[in-house]
Design a binder for this molecule. Sequence first.
Ligand SMILES: CC(C)(COP(=O)(O)OP(=O)(O)OC[C@H]1O[C@@H](n2cnc3c(N)ncnc32)[C@H](O)[C@@H]1OP(=O)(O)O)[C@@H](O)C(=O)NCCC(=O)NCCS
Length: 247
Amino acid sequence: MKDEFYIDIAKESHLKYVDEILETIADAARVRGTGIAKRSPGYIIQKINEGKAIIALQGDTFAGFCYIETWGHDKFVANSGLIVVEAFRGKGLAKAIKTKAFDLSRKRYPDSKLFGLTTGLAVMKINSELGYVPVTFSELTDDEMFWKGCQSCVNYDILTRTNRKHCLCTGMLYDPQRVKKKDEEEPKSLSVYKRWLRFKQSVFLNGDKKKNSNPKNETDSKKEADQKSENGKSSYFKKLNLKFFSF
Ligand SMILES: CC(C)(COP(=O)(O)OP(=O)(O)OC[C@H]1O[C@@H](n2cnc3c(N)ncnc32)[C@H](O)[C@@H]1OP(=O)(O)O)[C@@H](O)C(=O)NCCC(=O)NCCS
């Protein structure tokens, strides 16, 4: 079917796409006018052989790619080299590839911090949805090898001039410890909020309820709200018009 994509961990049978992956990344960097971190075919082959890459295909046609890198003795993980072939952009494919790479990173490196550097709004949006937050560069890895990758960027002089404090990219970080702490704290604050909301409703809505001669009962309203929410969700997926699957 036209809009069905295979999105999964790349394996040996996908090595035939390596040249196309590198060409697509290089073409996109030229269009954006940015520099490009040097990636040799050998590097991409290694990522695929180690099970650290995600590939998207439509049938046999290459559609997108991303891979995992680790820094600072595995304390930091970056999902790098994200690319979607121009013809397949704007369909939610980057989001799906990044989500797979994120899940794989969390599975393989559950205690590591995930981070990224980007100037792209699409990547910022996707990262935010995954739970990344913007941070200063001091929060990111201090692994010299990682920062060496910036040398080929056209803005490298800004990074060096600011002693690696800022550049045009935004640093984003997913810290599993912070997320865990937030998850533990949230139910408490949520229950306080819910109690406060119930109190407000009882104070302000009671009068209205009395005035209303034909009130909808609570169950009907809830059903209606649930239905609206379900419709919202399904229309979002209809908008994407995509079926992601993996073998
Ligand atoms: C950036 C790129 C990967 C996005 O791929 P895509 O499949 O079109 O992205 P998606 O359809 O998954 O979009 C994800 C979100 O970003 C938004 N988005 C996509 N392209 C965008 C753009 N150029 N500008 C602003 N927002 C954009 C989408 O609207 C969507 O947001 P939403 O969830 O609020 O609707 C693709 O354009 C690309 O390969 N560009 C060249 C390489 C590149 O820039 N890589 C990133 C390096 S950091």
